[in-house]
Design a protein around this ligand. Sequence first.
Ligand SMILES: *Cc1c(COP(=O)(O)O)cnc(C)c1O
Length: 367
Amino acid sequence: MSDTEFEAARLTVRLGAIAANYRLCQRQIGPAAVAGVVKADAYGCGAAPVARALAAAGCDTYFVARLEEGIALRPVVPTARIFVLDGGAPDTIPALLSHRLTPVLNSLAEIAGWSAAARETSSELEAAIHIDTGMSRLGLPGEELSVLAREWKKRLEGIRVVLWMSHLACADDPASKMNAVQLDRFRTALAMLPPAPASLSSSGGVLLGKDYAFDLVRPGIGLYGGNVQNAPQNPFQTVAVLAGRVLQLRRIDRGDTVGYGATFRAKRATVIATVALGYADGLMRVIGNRGVAAIAGKRAPVVGRISMDLTTLDVTEIAPAMLSTDVMAEFFGDTIAIDEAARAADTVPYEILTALTPRVPRVYEGA
Ligand SMILES: *Cc1c(COP(=O)(O)O)cnc(C)c1O
């Protein structure tokens, strides 16, 4: 891509840690199987390298959101089953078929369309069917479930259901009553339907215990190192490390201001490090004057507003020997947990990762 070694910023992605997190899920829920959720370019980490690493760890089932994501993933994992969560709208059926993608059917209408496609191609077509148990987002609502339960022989003609699926709303909170409510609704639904493998849990559900595991779990953020249930000790290993290079260091005097809007005014002589990461890289602008970065494991608060390409840190407390214009400042990773970075931005690790733009090169470790 570039003919220079100079690297302004990078997202380091530890593929070994992804594999370790995958195996942790396996230990938690075995003998159920673990799929890899790699939608949104594997949460910004890069769908192809992540899928290959998961495949090496034994993964043969993947979930994407969009049809296009499935099409791009197909050559990466040629023999794996790839589920498309968006569903099976009529205009997507030809592409689903030609790329051997498995739709997660979300309604009776989609089921009818897939059944018709099976008739037209004189084949049996695999599908997952999503049952809404409380998200009210995708999946068959209660009244459609009742119809399917009564008429499944006719409605599922030509369809081989390879997964009954639902999705938990509050799996990140083990104390939420919603978890047991949805578990109960899912079990009730399964009892009304012909037998097939079932799946309820995303990363949070993996940690809710084996009652929630069924035959397949669908972790995403846990694979990428998120502390899903905000545990004192994150069971998942750190995967993603975002760092930007210090471009300039300067000493400012008491009373001097930093950045657009002059929103930070130094209360003392202050050393400012200007780092090559801004909101055009996907850094959240809201962390201006409230976020934190780290240099050589030492924390340095963000001062002033985040600009498009730059962020300014107060590095006064960091030993001068640690500071130079080629050191990297970490915004999340080993010193600043991604969950802490997310809290400082009033958001979740999912958004922190998926907001990173293509300007930030992804650098793979353990590839
Ligand atoms: C995104 C998603 C997942 C993965 O969720 P995480 O919280 O990232 O583990 C699983 N299932 C469905 C239906 C999803 O949309």
